[in-house]
Ligand binder design. Structure first.
Ligand SMILES: [Zn+2]
Length: 161
């Protein structure tokens, strides 16, 4: 019984989405890591969560989480050993938070995706930049057809809060 794939909860978009080896300029090709794979590494390897905890955080089953993490680790190894570029993008994901930056005063802040402000909380400027737009321009829509564009009505309805 195949269930439709649920989107995975991601805390916030990665700020760094491309890595390349020094000197080689990424001549050995590129690896695409999905944002849910990135989040699996962050939760398990950086935050130290168990697979159970991390799976719950992302709203997926533990076996799915383990598969995601294994896949992410293989990509990291390929990158490190074979000197490939790494690009983080795509995946069926929902962000809980966004990082925004004010173009006028440079203030950077984290905000819930259902509470995007119009004005910079520091200087009141309207020139706010999303550091990593959720699904804008197709960058995060790889392979998943018509995802809704940012600011959709169901943002923030995850299992938490
Ligand atoms: Zn500002």
């Amino acid at each position: 019984m195949a269930r439709p794939e649920k989107s995975r909860n991601i805390h916030e978009p990665p700020l760094y989405t491309e890595f390349r080896p020094v000197g080689m300029g990424g001549m050995m090709g590129a690896i695409i890591m999905s944002i849910d794979e990135y989040e699996a590494i962050r939760l398990s390897d950086l935050e130290g969560m168990t697979h159970e905890q991390a799976a719950e955080e992302m709203g997926i089953s533990r076996p799915t989480f383990t598969r995601l993490l294994d896949s992410a680790h293989k990509k990291l190894a390929d990158m490190l050993v074979n000197g490939k570029r790494l690009i983080i993008e795509g995946g069926n994901v929902n962000f809980r938070f966004m990082i925004m930056r004010c173009a006028d005063c440079g203030h950077m802040f984290r905000i819930r995706t259902d509470q995007i402000p119009e004005l910079c909380p520091m200087c009141g400027s309207k020139n706010l930049i999303m550091m990593a737009p959720p699904f804008g321009g197709g960058r995060h829509r790889r392979g998943h057809g018509h995802r809704r564009h940012g600011r959709g009505g169901s943002w923030g309805k995850g299992p938490h809060k």
